[in-house]
Design a protein around this ligand. Sequence first.
Ligand SMILES: Cc1cc2nc3c(=O)[nH]c(=O)nc-3n(C[C@H](O)[C@H](O)[C@H](O)COP(=O)(O)O)c2cc1C
Length: 206
Amino acid sequence: MPTLLHIDSSPRLEESVTRSLSAYFVQRWCERVPAGIVVRRDLGLSPPPHPDAFTLEAAAVIEAARDARQQAAAALSDRLLEELEAADVVLVGAPMYNFSVTSGLKAWFDLVSRPGRTFRYGPNGQEGLLSGKMVVAVTARGGFYRQGAGNTTGEDLQEAQIDSFFRFMGLDDIHFVHAEGQAIDAATAAAQQAQARTEIDRLLAA
Ligand SMILES: Cc1cc2nc3c(=O)[nH]c(=O)nc-3n(C[C@H](O)[C@H](O)[C@H](O)COP(=O)(O)O)c2cc1C
């Protein structure tokens, strides 16, 4: 069955623009793929801990060779990675925080990056080991970076980080839906959200 991994990373709940847009994407995807499976990972409500050295070292050891302490330390990283590997569509709701992603989403990036599973280095340099997944990142920003005035100084580190992260793993079918200008005024915010919903419809129709 096609599987959609639905990730949210806003700490906000009812007020969150990215949660509302990612929920819209899930609703429309389920209409198109009624037998599809949706797996939920809420990094805003339950942020993963920033990995410490022991966790990172334990995760890099193959499961059969880990001792009990290493196995316990690597359990969350394993679980998150399995969710990513099993997904056909990876949907990421991502608020812009200080020009980039929230710390919860960054911790997820660090926990699912796994030598030998998502990437490897070899004689030809780096090689991504994942394939065949569509990635959709739905973002919200207080200001404007992509449309209209702005972004003249390359401040949008968020799109660059998300894009580089998934490309490094071998995924290149990556789409961005931005709701910008959320802090400008209510009319601008609403218009941007409506535009984002139209973009989601267009993406799913394609
Ligand atoms: C800690 C924090 C940092 C933020 N940094 C930025 C920023 O760098 N640029 C920006 O345009 N908006 C910034 N914002 C505004 C958020 O991107 C905006 O409120 C967005 O709607 C948050 O997503 P959410 O509604 O899903 O929670 C920031 C908000 C917070 C709380």
